[in-house]
Write a protein that binds this ligand. Structure first.
Ligand code: ADP
Length: 369
């Protein structure tokens, strides 16, 4: 097990590209951390710096209190699982699992014991004599995880390990990886661009934005209910949060289709007078039946999608230049039809305001629920 500490860690590639800016974080022993963000935001670069596959340009990186900037990969107690699986095609599953141990000169008896135990955990016992070409994507992924697992390291690094699997296999492997983490307890850093994967697996998530900037670090709950800025608010949640732009005038948010009293949802409404803001709410937060209030919004339904447990309603709010697209999640039994005028209520507790200029959330005392 291992505790990791990053102090102002930066990465500038030899061509001058600054891929990671001032990464600061403490990762506790045994935590499961996801680095999430769009392609190119510096997730893999960060992971590769932890692995010792990339130099750290500036800042300090500690493993268990020891400065590790210059530590060789070998000495870091790390196992890495790649997106490509990186299996040896000419070796059987057994040989793939045993490979690292054989190199280390470990006794065949012990290797046999470890391979069998790892295969059992991962449901690979019946496939040990097969070659990778005769395995499904999910089975290849299990072998790749098994190769990391068998080495009994204290830090697991995983770079988009599920992205080559189909949707169903991804869901299965997600819970398998979580179970393995629970039983093995190794500190795990997991890179993904998929916010659902991050939300379902992590103890804490690091949201990164292109250019290598950390936007927020927090538990899935914190990121979903208390996003610090527009980027995180829009990144976490599917379908994404709805944003309606407007201006604060006389303590009210004035936007096309809205006229909302902002006092209940911010700490200091006076300070916002004249400011350009973004009003935000999640598709799933709206209510249909409630006393009409200033938080009642009338929308025009453009399209509906029945998903089974819910219907996604694509609608517009407001008219003219300020017309804004929104997505609403509605109980299918009460879903409106295309072309309908549709009224819904946004609860105070689910209403957010962001500063349109800085994109930071505006302070609020509301307890979200
Ligand atoms: P992610 O994993 O989030 O998709 P990466 O960490 O792979 O992003 O890359 C971050 C940025 O650094 C990208 O813009 C990428 O093009 C750039 N980059 C990655 N490797 C190198 C390299 N060896 N030299 C220069 N730029 C690189």
């Amino acid at each position: 097990m291992a505790q990791l500490l990053f102090k102002d860690v930066n990465k500038v590639y030899p061509n001058g590209y600054h891929a990671v800016h001032d990464f600061n974080m403490e990762i506790k022993d045994g935590e499961f951390i996801c680095l999430v963000g769009d392609s190119g935001c510096g997730k893999s670069t960060t992971l590769r710096m932890i692995a010792g596959l990339e130099d750290i340009t500036a800042g300090e990186f500690y493993i268990d209190g020891k400065l590790a900037n210059q530590m060789s990969s070998r000495d870091r107690g790390i196992a890495m699982v790649f997106q490509s699986y990186a299996l040896y095609p000419h070796l059987t599953v057994y040989e793939n699992l045993a490979f690292g141990l054989t190199l280390e000169g470990i006794d065949a008896d012990i290797i046999e014991e470890k391979v069998q135990a790892t295969a059992k955990i991962l449901g690979l016992t019946d496939y040990l004599e097969r070659f990778p070409r005769a395995l499904s994507g999910g089975q290849c992924q299990r072998v790749a995880v098994g190769r990391a697992l068998i080495r009994k390291v204290s830090i697991f690094l995983m770079d988009e390990p599920l992205s080559n699997l189909d949707a169903k296999q991804r869901v299965t492997m997600r819970s398998e990886i979580k179970q393995i983490h629970r039983s093995v307890g190794a500190t795990t850093i997991y890179v993904t661009h998929d916010q659902t994967e991050a939300m379902t697996m992590s103890d804490r998530i690091v949201v990164m934005k292109s250019g290598g900037y950390v936007q927020q670090i927090g538990t899935p709950y914190e990121l979903y209910f208390y996003p610090k800025n527009l980027f995180v608010a829009g990144f976490i949640g599917e379908p994404p949060m709805n944003f309606i732009r407007g201006t604060v005038e006389g303590g009210k948010l004035v936007a096309s289709g809205l006229n909302i009293d902002i006092k209940p949802i911010v700490k200091d409404a006076k300070a916002l007078e004249g400011k350009k803001v973004v009003f935000a709410f999640r598709p799933e937060a709206i209510k249909l039946e409630a006393q009409p209030s200033s938080y009642t919004v009338t929308s025009k339904v453009e399209l509906t999608e029945l998903l089974g447990d819910t219907t996604n309603v694509y609608a517009t709010v407001g008219e003219g230049e300020g017309k804004t697209n929104v997505i609403l999640k509605v109980n299918p039994h009460y879903a409106p039809k295309m072309g309908d005028s549709f009224k819904f209520v946004i609860p105070h507790t689910a209403s957010y305001l962001f500063d349109a200029e800085t994109e930071e959330v505006i302070e609020s005392d509301l307890k979200r629920h």
